[in-house]
Design a protein around this ligand. Structure first.
Ligand SMILES: Cc1cc2nc3c(=O)[nH]c(=O)nc-3n(C[C@H](O)[C@H](O)[C@H](O)COP(=O)(O)OP(=O)(O)OC[C@H]3O[C@@H](n4cnc5c(N)ncnc54)[C@H](O)[C@@H]3O)c2cc1C
Length: 470
């Protein structure tokens, strides 16, 4: 047994440390398309204390440490050959549900929907519903990535709902942020307390600056009722104008536009708008009327909204297109190298036609059997989050090459004009990080200050790529 394995086993117990090849092969990559290297060791701590000791060992050995929630993102930097993977799935306790301060505190590895289910028993829920990965993703990983959640139109981005964090820094220091930073009264209830927003530093930084071990999120009572609307439009411009009118009236909890890919089954039209409203009965009715008027003013035609309802209540994306999961995901294995990001709502009027033209004029699309899964938009309170989802045949190296080239070209096309991504995955990082200029330089300075030996997730967000032994 090598020395590193012995030291990690002493910290976590031998049952939570492995160097067996069959185990390590399962920790090579997240949902992104690039197979990573094989880690030397996988370690699964059960507590913050164990995380601290593991980080210290990795620092002394100058071994990169890759942090693993449930690997449901498409961050896709792959795991560096020979690193340590620290999987946080065993740290999954709900620490406290505090109805007085309206917050829930969990260990980082708690599954998003499992926490919401516990709150639901009490008639409560997290103030943001989580993203499409809610059944498998962890709270800590989702905050570290700052996922774009369902309900973003009313509730905003995931990170906005985080009250405080407990974080282990690269040297093993444990910090608490926000109101919980006060060591005499370490209470989690107010993000804006105690000076600069240190909580924000770790949201969206994808584990490059510290390891989140506990998260406190805001909670609220489950709204009284839900209403669903579905409209079809003949032009992108009309649909965009209707969506913006709905945004300006705060009429929707969640507004989703379908601007490309397969059209919803059995519906006439070119572009489509799903609206989900959650509120008390009176307000839901008022907001539904406002949303309908916005759609009809811009020539939208009301459709049966049962697909909208099924999407929301059954959590199956395919229902946005009136189809079951089988029809949507069946057939040959496809992979989706997505490009996604925020742009001004009105910019969709230029961006969507440009994407359609790009696909129509790219002969490689048809040659290697690529498809458009969707040009779908989650409307935020004041902007549009556009997912450009193209699909390539996973088993064909030629299709993969084209698929990744398409992702690069679309990233260049959108980031140079309007778009800023939310989560930054490896395939798009080279197209966005250099554009961040002095902001990127500041990120590098912070990384160097907090993690001088580049132990934590080196390479992610193009941070800490320098030689680990320097
Ligand atoms: C079916 C499906 C639907 C999805 N839908 C959406 C969606 O609607 N919106 C969206 O934005 N995303 C979506 N995603 C991707 C989404 O980002 C993940 O579902 C989730 O947010 C990541 O959680 P995770 O625990 O798997 O994190 P991981 O993938 O394990 O980690 C994400 C990043 O954070 C780091 N990290 C993990 N845990 C910690 C920690 N404790 N401290 C510091 N760093 C950490 C990791 O190193 C990595 O860089 C979807 C994924 C799937 C599979």
């Amino acid at each position: 047994m090598n020395e590193l394995l012995e030291r990690l086993s002493a910290i976590c117990g031998p049952e939570h440390v492995t160097d067996v090849l069959a185990d390590r092969l399962c920790y090579r990559r997240d949902c992104g398309p690039t197979p990573g290297g094989v880690p030397d060791i996988v370690v699964r701590p059960e507590s913050t204390t164990e995380v601290v000791e593991i980080v210290k060992v990795a620092n002394q050995a100058r071994k990169p440490l890759f942090i693993w929630g449930r690997a449901t993102t498409f961050v896709d930097f792959g795991i560096q050959e020979g690193c340590i993977v620290m999987a946080l799935d065993l740290m999954k306790r709900i620490v406290k549900i505090d109805l007085e301060s309206q917050v829930v505190t969990t260990e980082t590895g708690a599954i998003w929907h499992a926490v919401d289910s516990e709150l639901n028993r009490l008639g409560w829920e997290m103030t943001v519903p989580g993203g499409g990965g809610m059944f498998s993703c962890t709270i800590g990983g989702t905050v570290a990535y700052n996922a774009v959640p369902h309900g973003i139109t009313e509730y905003g981005i995931t990170g906005g709902h985080v009250v405080s964090l407990q974080v282990v820094l690269a040297d093993g220091t444990v910090i608490r942020t926000s109101s919980a930073a006060n060591t005499d009264v370490p209470l989690s209830f107010e993000r804006g307390a105690n000076g600069p927003d240190l909580t924000g530093l770790f949201i969206g930084s994808c584990g490059t600056l510290g390891i989140i071990t506990e998260v406190t999120m805001r909670i609220h009572r489950i709204p009284e009722c839900e209403r669903f609307l579905f409209y079809a439009f003949d032009t992108v411009d009309d649909c965009v104008d209707a969506a913006q009118a709905i945004q300006q009236r705060d009429a929707a909890t969640f507004l989703i536009g379908l601007f490309g890919g397969p059209k919803p089954d059995g519906v006439e039209g070119e572009v489509f708008l799903h609206t989900i409203i959650r509120d008390n009965v009176g307000e839901a009715e008022r907001r539904a009327q406002a949303a309908s008027i916005c759609c009809e003013t811009f020539r939208g035609r009301a459709q049966d909204a049962d697909g909208t309802r099924r999407y929301w209540t059954e959590h199956m994306y395919s229902w946005l297109r009136n189809t079951s999961a089988k029809a949507y995901y069946g057939g040959r294995p496809y992979f989706c190298p997505e490009v996604a990001g925020f742009l001004p709502t009105q910019a969709l009027k230029e961006a969507v036609p440009m994407l359609h033209e790009y696909v129509a004029s790219n002969a490689d699309f048809a040659r290697v059997g690529m498809r458009v899964k969707g040009f779908d938009v989650y409307f935020s309170p004041n902007a549009a989050y556009l997912w450009v989802d193209t699909l390539y045949l996973e088993m064909s190296p030629e299709a993969k090459e084209v698929g990744l080239q398409v992702r690069a070209e679309i990233a260049e096309m959108l980031f140079s004009r309007w778009m800023s991504p939310g989560g930054i995955v490896s395939g798009i990082a080279p197209y966005i990080m250099p554009r961040l200029g002095t902001a990127f330089a500041l990120m590098k300075t912070i990384k160097a200050a907090l993690d001088p030996h580049n132990i934590l997730n080196p390479g992610v967000l193009m941070l800490g790529q320098e030689n680990i032994n320097d």
